[in-house]
Unconditional design. Structure first.
Length: 325
């Protein structure tokens, strides 16, 4: 399966060379047709939810559709390759999250360099992950979870939204810092994983807050802790895992990038629009409902964040000793 995914990615990147010589598109009148926004995870998951909230605002703002496209697989790398392979004209964008920073070091044979082959457009928000477990799971606190895990090595499985996602790596970091022996079960998005968690086929997930919070509030799973260094504002009653495991931290980001070569004028138009959106009380309220904290930035500021996150997660990947060929 990984060979098939790699071949697909190689093909997309090869196709991108066909467009590299094309002259940059004019920003005049941008956008004058639908814009495609590629995301690497399944419909109904946290990335999809936030993307559709922002896409609707941008569609209303510009009078052109911003179409969310779900291209799942390979920890979001199928989506990244598709975006990189697209014409650099501002009509194909990529939803950027920690998986893009993580994949740079986790995947050893990627045929693209994310930092080299994309340009930052805008930051949307920061968010934490949340550790949630099946209601059938006996632990009701992080410490009880650790104790149960150590008493049952190799008998607990954790879901993720794919190899190389922050959902996956939060669990790997937890494993290393607590010496818990758990089995990884990757899915093509967290929305697909939740039925198995609810039925206790898989016991837990360190999911992005939007979907984890929704499931926990609905009573289908039990929340044990958040991965931010302190308690998260939207769920103050849920402890930070760091209260039990000092130094544990995994805070994510959502944003937008575009293929390298996208005209600077187009990037500025998009960045201005997203930053306007993040001042709209109605949109801010919707993002807050998902558990996110809006974080407007310039393209340069967002680019620095992605670069810094790439280096941070490289250290975590090495520390955890995990890789995907």
């Amino acid at each position: 399966m990984l060979r098939i995914l790699r071949n697909s990615i190689f093909g997309l990147v090869f196709i991108s060379t066909l467009f590299s010589a094309a002259p940059p598109a004019s920003a005049a009148g941008y956008p004058d047709r639908p814009v495609h926004w590629i995301i690497g995870f399944s419909a109904g998951g946290p990335v999809d939810i936030v993307a559709r909230i922002m896409a609707q605002w941008l569609s209303d703002r510009f009078g052109q559709q911003f179409i969310v496209e779900n291209r799942t697989g390979s920890g979001g790398n199928i989506a990244a390759a598709a975006a990189i392979a697209s014409p650099a004209d501002g009509y194909t964008l990529l939803f950027v999250a920690p998986n893009n920073a993580i994949s740079t070091s986790l995947y050893k044979k990627l045929p693209f360099d994310f930092l080299r082959d994309t340009v930052p457009v805008a930051s949307i928000m920061q968010l934490t992950n949340m550790l949630v477990v099946s209601n059938a799971f006996p632990a009701k606190t992080v410490q009880e979870f650790i104790d149960y895990c150590k008493a049952n090595p190799g008998k607990i499985s954790f879901a993720s939204s794919g190899n190389g996602t922050s959902v996956h790596m939060s669990a790997e970091l937890f494993k290393v810092m607590t010496k818990c022996d758990m089995v990884h079960v990757p899915y093509r998005g967290s929305a697909i994983a939740f039925p198995d968690i609810i039925s206790n086929k898989v016991q837990l997930i360190f999911d992005n807050l939007p979907s984890a919070m929704e499931q926990a509030k609905g009573g289908t799973v039990r929340a044990l802790g958040v991965t931010s260094p302190q308690r998260w504002p939207s769920v103050p009653d849920v402890p930070a895992i760091a209260e039990t495991v000092p130094g544990f931290e995994s805070v994510g980001f959502y944003g937008i990038s575009a293929p390298k070569g996208t005209p600077g004028e187009v990037i500025e138009i998009l960045n201005k629009a997203v930053n306007e959106a993040l001042k709209d009380p109605k949109l801010v309220a919707r993002l807050t409902e998902t558990g996110g904290i809006p974080k407007p930035m310039t393209p340069a500021e967002f680019g620095k964040l992605v670069t810094d996150e790439t280096e941070k997660w490289r250290k975590v990947v090495e520390f955890a000793g995990v890789s995907v060929d």
